[in-house]
Design a protein around this ligand. Structure first.
Ligand SMILES: *[C@@H]1O[C@H](CO)[C@@H](O)[C@H](O)[C@H]1NC(C)=O
Ligand SMILES: *[C@@H]1O[C@H](CO)[C@@H](O)[C@H](O)[C@H]1NC(C)=O
Ligand SMILES: *[C@@H]1O[C@H](CO)[C@@H](O)[C@H](O)[C@H]1NC(C)=O
Ligand SMILES: *[C@@H]1O[C@H](CO)[C@@H](O)[C@H](O)[C@H]1NC(C)=O
Ligand SMILES: *[C@@H]1O[C@H](CO)[C@@H](O)[C@H](O)[C@H]1NC(C)=O
Ligand SMILES: *[C@@H]1O[C@H](CO)[C@@H](O)[C@H](O)[C@H]1NC(C)=O
Ligand SMILES: *[C@@H]1O[C@H](CO)[C@@H](O)[C@H](O)[C@H]1NC(C)=O
Length: 491
């Protein structure tokens, strides 16, 4: 824990107070929160499908696929298990970056190439014509350092861009998702220059893809906190060149926060104070819009897994914020939805509760506590997407749904996304608030980076979002993307 002990205590008190008295919140009146099937009435950004001419595009359902799910023993999931008719886009995760040649690098040669992973994946096109088959570069496990080292040099970027184009041709992918976590983020090996250089890279990828004339899409997976956006993303410029922005609205709380909580709350809860206040799906998406990204480019990410915790032995109040002890190898620390629903429905003895502010479920049994999503909470998020005029939904990851039908019909979560997005036409975004001058930017993509410059420690407006690498060892193959750690001491 990085925060000073007294601040941890303050936070704990704040949580306890909030939990003790749901009504005494100084935030927006929660009774006006939308419930299922009601309209989000927030006036500042509300968009109605009816009052806008459509883009003609239907809502996206972007399905990230964890190629390593094939190694799971009891719940093996291969390419052949992907229900491609319920996705508009499927993204094979991941490929990496070679830091000697600065070319795209295959991460699991045997699976991806020798055993035909890439080829089988793009062959899904025959079974599911019309679905876009993309590949993602990066991910949590790849770290950020190699990317930062690459983007500062025009020749290295050119090498990557060339290799990506060759790779997409070779295996027949028709899109590319950049998942660098995160440009400009010092705890992840980034430097301030990344912000400009990342935009150079994206512009160069866009130009190269357009030159091929095959309609390849360029997308990116992005965080939603103010510090990360400010440090690494020229938001209006990036949004103007990518086809879609995949906002990772999950892992927003975790063991690194040292209390049990839901990790994809839709709205701010009473106990979300200080640095936590805006770290929720609604406020994170709003931030992207406020920083100049049109709503019709924003794809809202939802998790198909839960964060599980081991509670302190003396816990009597199981509300979000409950005391936890570190999860060890013998405890359950992460759970896919297929495990959660099976536990709750078939194993039994779980108490299932509802976070009425965050609009997500949580459940506990003995000393295990898990925050997750279910069909009900996802229906609320789909209503939110449609009411806001966003581009669609994406999930991490498609293979974590109840694909075997252990709890009923197979793929209950993906079905919610599919059923909602299939008849939703994305409205054309109003002009964003971005003033024209925000778009003018002196970008020198010919510059070669000299010495890396590290940010001043303790800059007052910097939320230091540090990374707890130990999380990797707890859930090595499923938390590879995106984990936010919040410095609770900052506000
Ligand atoms: C990271 O997490 C581990 C396991 O929960 C914990 O022991 C450690 O103190 C954490 N480190 C930081 C820097 O918070
Ligand atoms: C995080 O909090 C600790 C404890 O207050 C502080 O020492 C540290 O500087 C903070 N990180 C940053 C860089 O804001
Ligand atoms: C950086 O690139 C090198 C060489 O391609 C690779 O071995 C290494 O794993 C990469 N770093 C990370 C953190 O993945
Ligand atoms: C390449 O990656 C390795 C492993 O992460 C690292 O030790 C090395 O410094 C990197 N080289 C460059 C040029 O960044
Ligand atoms: C690819 O498909 C072939 C033929 O069905 C199969 O033998 C092979 O195991 C598949 N490989 C992967 C990685 O899915
Ligand atoms: C409960 O146990 C934790 C450690 O497991 C301790 O830090 C905390 O103070 C205890 N709370 C109470 C109310 O006794
Ligand atoms: C993680 O994935 C690798 C292959 O990428 C596999 O060898 C390993 O067994 C997996 N680990 C777990 C815990 O599933």
């Amino acid at each position: 824990m990085r925060a000073a002990p007294q601040l941890v205590l303050l936070l704990a008190v704040a949580v306890a107070l909030a939990v003790a008295s749901d009504e005494e919140t100084t935030q927006e009146d929660s009774s006006t929160r939308p419930t299922v099937n009601s309209v989000d009435e927030e006036t500042t950004t509300s968009k109605s499908v009816a009052t806008h001419s459509g883009t003609g595009r239907r809502g996206r359902v972007t399905c990230y696929f964890e190629s390593w799910a094939v190694y799971r023993k009891r719940s093996r999931y291969g390419i052949e298990d992907i229900p491609g008719d319920m996705c508009t886009h499927i993204i094979y995760s991941f490929v990496g970056l070679n830091n000697q040649t600065w070319e795209l690098q295959v991460l699991d040669e045997k699976l991806d190439v020798v055993d035909g992973g890439f080829e089988n994946f793009t062959a899904l096109r025959q079974e599911f014509p019309g679905v876009r088959l993309q590949v993602a570069l990066g991910g949590w496990a790849e770290g950020g350092h190699n990317y930062s080292t690459m983007v500062g040099h025009p020749a290295r970027r050119a090498s990557l861009v060339r290799s990506v184009v060759a790779f997409l041709h070779r295996y027949g992918f028709d899109g590319f998702d950049v998942d660098w976590e995160y440009p400009g983020n010092a705890p992840r090996g980034g430097v301030p220059e990344d912000k400009d250089d990342f935009l150079c890279l994206m512009q160069e990828l866009r130009a190269a893809f357009d030159a091929e004339g095959l309609g390849w899409e360029l997308t990116m997976a992005v965080p939603l906190t103010e510090d990360k956006l400010r440090d690494g993303f020229h938001v209006p410029h990036l949004c103007s060149i990518v086809d879609a922005v995949h906002v990772m609205a999950y892992d927003l709380r975790g063991e690194w926060d040292h209390f049990a909580d839901a990790h994809s709350p839709l709205y701010r809860r009473p106990h979300d104070t200080g640095a936590y206040a805006k770290i929720n799906t609604h406020d994170g998406l709003l931030l992207w819009e406020q920083m100049g990204c049109p709503a019709d480019k924003l794809v809202v990410g939802v998790p198909f897994y839960g964060h599980a915790y081991k509670l302190c032995a003396n816990v009597s109040d199981y509300s979000p914020g409950a005391c936890i002890v570190p999860c060890t190898k013998n405890d359950v620390c992460g759970m896919s939805y297929y495990q959660i629903c099976n536990e709750i429905q078939n194993v039994g003895d779980w108490t299932v509760k509802w976070d009425k502010y965050g609009m997500v479920p949580y459940a506990y049994k003995g000393r295990t506590w898990v925050g997750y999503e279910n069909p009900h909470s996802l229906q609320i998020k789909m209503n939110f997407i449609k009411n806001k005029g966003y581009a669609g939904a994406m999930m991490w990851a498609v293979d974590e749904d109840d694909f075997q039908g252990l709890c009923g019909e197979p793929n209950p979560l993906l079905s919610v996304l599919h059923n909602n997005m299939k008849e939703y036409v994305v409205p054309e975004s109003k002009k964003t608030n971005t003033v024209e001058s925000d778009m003018t930017l002196e970008l020198n993509c010919k510059r070669i980076r000299q010495q890396p410059v590290f940010p001043q420690k303790g800059s007052p407006d910097v939320f230091d979002s540090t990374v707890n690498e130990t999380l990797q060892t707890l859930r090595p193959n499923a938390t590879e993307k995106h984990n936010e750690q919040i410095n609770t001491s900052t506000t």
